[in-house]
Design a binder for this molecule. Structure first.
Ligand SMILES: [Zn+2]
Length: 88
């Protein structure tokens, strides 16, 4: 919390208001999760066949707002298989 107070202390009135609205809408978590994804890029694994996937993989973002999940597949066959099983 100490770090957060330090960051908040540097913000203007307008910036604080904007941040508060962003947090209330649940958009901040998504933005943070997206930023965290940048650090995970090197070790993505296809959830269907467990093959390591690089930047050329197929990305699927799914789930309700605020609880979005991201999966990366090595091919469209795995992506189709995953969606097919999600429907059941
Ligand atoms: Zn696969």
């Amino acid at each position: 919390m100490e770090k957060i107070n330090k960051i908040l202390g540097k913000l203007s009135f307008e910036e604080l208001k904007e941040l508060k609205e962003t947090l209330q809408k649940g958009e901040a978590i998504e933005a943070i999760e997206e930023s965290l994804e940048r650090f995970k890029n090197s070790n993505k694994v296809c959830p269907v066949c467990n093959t390591p996937v690089g930047d050329e993989g197929f990305v699927l973002i799914f789930g309700p707002n605020g609880f979005k999940k991201k999966a990366t597949f090595d091919g469209t066959d795995c992506l189709e298989y995953f969606i097919y099983n999600m429907r059941k």
